[in-house]
Design a protein around this ligand. Structure first.
Ligand code: CP
Length: 317
């Protein structure tokens, strides 16, 4: 049994197989031919933070696969108040076939996985967002220039080192792609994260560039990606963050026009429209933000098939 907590826990070949499974499950679903592999199975979904895409995609994926999902919010279960992570993990494991968890702290999802006896899927922490970036790379395979190998693709992330940025930097460098982050110096990837990504590059042939020049960063990009400039808990930093990022690091039409004519615009959503990106680029004909959102559903189906399906306990015939 394996958990899905961090793409770094998987090899390049395993990640490529998973992305291929996303393609297959999407095609099967579009043809109405998706097998109900999780018939009778249940997924416990713990959400310490709100979610639109992750919640809906996992819940609908379970339904499409013949299973059932339970949405578990703090205040509705005892986690963190009257019950430890250990007991919560052990109890949910006895009654469901898998746990999906969006936790405030990465250490909490690791602790959940330590005690769970069913697969745990990371639905976002303060450190990373692995399901999102598997979806993102799959979406890139759908929208890249025809015939262009994955190893030739350049992804430019403009903005803060969010959990999505960190995960995207790692998966792209694992897969031999070329990843650039353009951000003010104080918001660039940490030394530790850069070291991990450079180690990935050494193994995969990918490259990592960190710069505070967004125009140069987008000039040869196939995909331009951005994310929120602040998250829950960072409200006190909003004035400093706005001053550092605006206007130089906003993805607006002026910056987007510096990219190649085939470059696509990406955002994991939710977006603060008019802040990290403007309506003109988010709604641009070359924006693929809603394809990304839809592909979360196909990604979750593939993840559930890969990590949960082989381990479903069925009553003896
Ligand atoms: N991108 C993403 O994870 O969206 P939600 O926060 O709505 O789940």
């Amino acid at each position: 049994m394996r958990h899905f907590i961090d793409t770094q826990d998987f090899t390049k070949a395993e990640l490529l197989d998973l992305i291929e499974l996303v393609r297959l499950t999407k095609a099967a679903d579009k043809q109405g031919a998706l097998p109900r592999l999780l018939e009778g199975a249940s997924l416990g979904m713990i959400f310490e933070e709100p979610s639109t895409r992750t919640r809906i995609s996992f819940e609908v994926a379970m339904t499409r696969l013949g299973g059932h999902a339970l949405y578990l919010r703090p205040g509705e279960i005892h986690l963190g108040v009257r019950e430890s992570i250990k007991d919560t993990a052990k109890v949910i494991s006895r009654m469901t076939n898998a746990i999906e968890a969006r936790m405030l702290k990465h250490s909490m999802v690791l602790e959940l996985a330590k005690y769970a006896t069913v697969p745990v899927i990371n639905g976002l922490t303060d450190y990373n967002h692995p399901t999102q970036v598997v979806c993102d790379v799959f979406t890139m395979t759908e929208h890249k220039l025809p015939g262009k190998p994955l190893e030739d693709i350049k992804v430019t992330f403009v903005g803060d080192t969010t959990n999505v940025c960190s995960s995207l930097m790692l998966i792209c460098t694992q897969l031999g792609m070329h990843f650039t982050q353009a951000a003010p110096k104080q918001y660039q990837a940490s030394v530790e994260l850069q070291a991990m990504a450079r180690k990935n590059c050494a193994a995969s042939g990918g490259t990592l560039t960190i710069t505070d020049d967004p125009v140069a960063a987008v000039s040869d990009a196939d995909f331009i990606y951005t994310d929120l400039w602040w998250w829950v808990g960072q409200e006190a930093e909003i004035p400093d963050r706005k001053a550092a990022f605006m206007p130089k690091f906003q993805v607006n039409l002026a910056l987007f026009s510096k990219a190649p004519a085939h470059a696509k615009m990406m955002h994991c959503l939710p977006a603060s429209r008019g802040v990290e990106a403007t309506d003109e680029v988010l709604d641009h004909p070359r924006s693929i933000i809603y394809d990304q959102s839809e592909n979360r559903l196909h990604t979750e189906k593939a993840i559930l098939i890969e990590f949960v399906y082989p381990h479903i306990r069925r009553p003896q015939q």
